[in-house]
Design a protein around this ligand. Sequence first.
Ligand code: UGA
Length: 430
Amino acid sequence: MNILVIGTGYVGTTTAIVFAELGWHVTGLDTDAQKIDQLKQGKLYFYEPGLEELLNKHLQSHQMGFTTDKVKAIQENDVIFICVGTPSHADGSADLKYIKQVTEDIGQIMNGYKLVITKSTVPVGTQEQVVAWIQAAQLKSHPFDTASNPEFLREGKALQDAMNPDRIVIGSNSDRATNMIQTLYQSVKCPIIVTTPKTAEMIKYASNAFLATKISYMNELARLCDPLGVNIKEVAEGMGLDPRIGLSFLQAGIGYGGSCFPKDVSALIQAAKTNHIELHVLEKVVYVNQTQHLWLLSKARERLGDLANKKIAILGLAFKPDTDDIRESPSIRLIESLISEKADVYVYDPVASLPANSHFKSIKCCKDMDEAIDGADALFLCTEWSVFERIDWAEMKAAMNQPNIFDGRNVLDAGKMKDIGYFYQGVGYS
Ligand code: UGA
């Protein structure tokens, strides 16, 4: 089986590289010629540990290639993964225009049997629309099957997650399609869930929404732990050792970000509204997340008073470490609030950068940590890059105007910081 991956964004590129690593011949297709040229030269346009090496390995062995020629790509490959983006409409619902476009292309161009698998995160019921769009676009009738095969990989850990998944979910009404997908993944060892397309689509949304719920639950609880003098990190450990709860995704902080949780939670809430159902829990999950940075900011105001003209250092822009992705990053939400309070904001991130956008023109982007911290009245740690945990904090203290640390990720040792002479405030941890 030859695989075509349509959409060479984050998920598409990773999927293509991983299937090449699993031994299949893979072609990546995109309308963006610049992106395709870059990938052909073995260059990733996003930061993801370990992926570029594999890209080059498989380009050199001709196990994979990239193209903008959709006719040739669709005709020469029998298995097609759809990995295009599903951005949000203004009301939070998922916009399926790219899915519609590629399925219509497939319908028009296909010249024989095709298995069309949706990996993009799509609302429940999309698979039925995919079938209808392909059928409506077909110039001549050709057989095809469809399936939903949601992706569960995390940015920054894409390779590890894609090569060693916790589970593979196959949603299809066709035995032939299910068998073909099982063959594609035959060398991956993990449980395989075979279900209906709608259930597969829901498993993806439900998983992301549940993880977001865990985080907002801990974040809200952390606000209560603060006045009570309780350490949320110890609470998380005490809770998480119960296997029914689990230790992961219990880290309190300034909130979740990224291209998935915020978008998928909103899309699920909108899907419920369309069905005249309110997802009260998820609505509050969003509320807590959108206000979490404001809680930390209020702590800074308690300590420093008016923030206007105070020099504030922000360490970390990315929504989490090991990625350059700043989409929906809580760090950006915090920076926007600081701009409106007229603070002097200095930012540093080892990999990510702010968009060249007039909105951020008052922000100083620093080449290193020292520049950001020098003369600062407060420092906010917003992304837990490991390099920040290795800082010589005693030396940094001497460089600051006022030694105030607001640790939005609870990664520094509060006791050590206080011993050095810092005022230290974490999120439910101080
Ligand atoms: C998430 C899911 O974890 C993946 O399983 C899924 O495939 C992906 O979305 C997707 O739908 O494509 P990702 O957005 O890459 O992956 O990042 P996560 O590692 O899940 O982190 C999301 C956010 O939650 C980050 O801002 C992180 O800092 C925050 N977080 C995570 C916490 O605040 N506390 C935690 O305990 C864990």
